[in-house]
Design a protein around this ligand. Structure first.
Ligand code: 4NP
Length: 152
């Protein structure tokens, strides 16, 4: 049985689509199933932000076919691990948890990946360099995450 991983940010157009695309590019669906969602519904149905699509493409990762969706409590049943990009997303997800089992599934991506930073900063209102920094951070985090997930 593959491990099922859900990446969550606020809008599901900048950070979590990158996290989905980068982790997907490093594994196979027989081992890890990856999806992403947003805690907010502003952009439902839209493709990722062009700056995320661009920085991913420049690293050989195609996220252009992803479409934004909002996190739903049913995701607690459909995923083994739910990774929040920042504390605000984490608190939102914890508030939606229906029981202790749901709560256990939720954590900060960078904390679980044992990175020095805690949060993947929201790059939406910044420039292109913010998207590159986010890409690099998630790239390192997903390397470490895969080791711990598949080493179970
Ligand atoms: P994300 O970034 O949570 O990484 O997808 C954002 C995208 C959109 C907005 C905020 C953050 N927004 O306010 O529309």
């Amino acid at each position: 049985m593959p491990v099922r991983v859900l990446m969550v940010c606020l809008g599901n157009i900048c950070r979590s689509p990158l996290a989905e695309g980068i982790l997907t590019s490093k594994t196979s669906p027989e081992l890890v199933i990856v999806d992403s969602a947003g805690t907010a519904g502003y952009h439902v149905g839209n493709p990722p932000d062009p700056r995320s699509v661009e920085v991913a493409a420049s690293h050989g990762v195609d996220i252009s076919r992803q479409r934004c969706r909002r996190f739903s409590p049913a995701d607690f049943d459909n995923f083994d691990y739910i990774f929040a990009m920042d504390r605000e997303n984490l608190i939102h997800l914890q508030g939606l948890a229906r029981n202790a089992r749901d709560l256990e599934k939720v954590s900060l991506l960078l904390k679980t990946a044992e990175m020095p930073e805690e949060e993947v900063p929201d790059p939406y209102y910044g420039g292109e360099d913010g998207f590159l920094a986010v890409y690099r951070m998630i790239d390192r985090a997903t390397d470490q995450l895969l080791e711990s997930l598949l080493g179970r």
